[in-house]
Design a protein around this ligand. Structure first.
Ligand SMILES: [Zn+2]
Ligand SMILES: [Zn+2]
Length: 104
């Protein structure tokens, strides 16, 4: 959702709802972003990732991984025939490993 990128402003109080100080310019105390993610999935999607994906129109026929690549924030593995996608740092780490399925 690139159009939303600049809408949220960090308030200095942790956005997970713990009401603690996150620090100037920060949304979260370290680790509380992941807690928020898990809490949201529990609260709004019955703890179900498939339900979360389906609610946003993603699933086996509409790749959420491709949608992430389409934003420009994720990239594809440079190896021909490999379908790995992820954040650039993740793909670099992945691409440095052998690809047995490609004959490495
Ligand atoms: Zn928190
Ligand atoms: Zn790969």
């Amino acid at each position: 959702m690139p159009e939303n990128t600049n809408r949220e402003v960090p308030t200095g109080i942790c956005w997970c709802g713990c009401r603690k100080e996150a620090g100037i310019g920060r949304f979260f105390i370290q680790g509380h972003d992941k807690i928020s993610e898990a809490a949201l999935i529990t609260a709004d999607y019955d703890g179900s990732i498939p339900r979360l994906l389906a609610k946003h129109g993603y699933g086996p026929d509409n790749s959420v991984r491709q949608a992430a690549v389409d934003t420009g924030a994720w990239i594809e593995c440079p190896r021909e025939g490999c379908d790995y996608t992820g954040a650039p740092a993740s793909v670099r780490k992945h691409a440095a490993k052998p690809h047995p399925s490609l004959g490495d």
